[in-house]
Write a protein that binds this ligand. Sequence first.
Ligand SMILES: Cc1cc2nc3c(=O)[nH]c(=O)nc-3n(C[C@H](O)[C@H](O)[C@H](O)COP(=O)(O)O)c2cc1C
Length: 237
Amino acid sequence: MLNARAETGDRDRIAAKSFRDVVRERYSARTYLPEPAPEAVIRSVLEDAQRAPSNANIQPWQVHIVSGEARDRVSRALLAAEAAGRMTPDYPFGYDELYGAYSERQVQQAEEYYRSIGVAREAKDDRRLALLRNLEFFGAPHACFLFMPSFYDGVRIAGDVGMYAQTFLLSLTAHGLQGCPQTLLGFFAGTIREELGIDPKLKMLFGISFGYPDTDSVGGRYRIGRAPIEENVVLHR
Ligand SMILES: Cc1cc2nc3c(=O)[nH]c(=O)nc-3n(C[C@H](O)[C@H](O)[C@H](O)COP(=O)(O)O)c2cc1C
């Protein structure tokens, strides 16, 4: 259980960063230092994330965070499930329907990431090992799993959970931490539910590994850009 005490000074440190800095410093970290974040810091992040907006303020996010032995146990279960080919996603997560710029960006992201960690396009085994790092939470000392109740097709609730996740991620950055959202963890929703005793009625959208980033190790400086806003936005007058 997380400790309710707030660490003095945290709030001052956060206030020193501008919104612009926080948004631009956030990235999906895939290399971490082993040191866990203090419980008070995690609790402060959770207090921020809890401020996320949601449809009719229903606040549908059901959040499970693993650290220490629980983290190691879940990671072992995920690797075992993967080795046994036991995928139990709650939603279809394929990329088959991507087209045009969406597909191009997805391919570009994969290529840039693998290049940053020195894995060649044709090195299938190395790519697989890199993919498995998802299930080791990229070495992060904490992982968060985002579950939600299931209403209709889930779209409305998924939007709310996305709001929660981004607030959580930005707060991590504001606290000097980073996280990596991971749909790959959602492929093992059933395993995670089983390990943590979660109600089968709750569905998992994705997970977030988090901790203090290790920017000095291989791939630690990998960052990806964005399309110009004209590709996504139309300003009507
Ligand atoms: C909902 C969601 C799921 C993601 N799933 C994964 C994942 O399974 N594995 C991974 O390495 N990165 C994953 N990412 C990270 C994206 O690749 C990353 O956000 C994108 O490339 C932009 O990079 P940035 O977050 O560093 O700015 C995910 C991101 C989001 C928002």
